[in-house]
Design a protein. Structure first.
Length: 145
């Protein structure tokens, strides 16, 4: 028997309860495949949020470092409910050369941002460095009961 989770564990109200239930329903030898992000994933956009958030709006999402289930903290939770696990990591760097793409994505996150200072910052960085670097860092836990 196999259980799949596509980057959904960090939405559970309790990761421990969710993992305990998954472990309970899996037969011995069953596997859990749980995809999630690293705290490094798109960190550059979270930096933009912190730097350019409209103060009155507040900041509700400060990055994956505050996520309840990441590649960095998920292993400790999984080992409480499974006999073994491994982590398969996926890492990459994107080089965005179109400032508007970066600006639009930054605005699509869940914080209200100061548009003009953000746009000036992103355009200046791309003009100076030739691109805006975005880190992709995610992976999958493969756990066996």
């Amino acid at each position: 028997m196999v259980t799949l989770s596509g980057a959904g564990h960090y939405h559970a109200s309790s990761q421990h309860k969710a993992l305990a239930e998954i472990s309970r329903v899996l037969k011995p030898g069953g596997k859990l495949y749980a995809k999630t992000h690293s705290v490094e994933h798109i960190a550059e956009f979270f930096d933009l949020q912190r730097r350019f958030v409209v103060e009155e709006a507040g900041l509700t999402n400060t990055g994956f470092s505050y996520s309840p289930f990441t590649l960095e903290n998920g292993g400790a939770m999984i080992e409480e409910h499974f006999s073994s696990f491994e982590i398969i990591r996926e890492y990459g760097i994107c080089h965005a050369t179109d400032p508007q793409v970066v600006i639009d994505y930054a605005h699509s996150r869940d914080a209200e941002l100061q548009n003009e200072p953000l746009a000036e910052f992103v355009k200046a960085r791309i003009e100076r460095e030739g691109h805006f670097v975005v880190t992709r860092s995610s992976g999958m836990f493969v756990a066996q009961k």
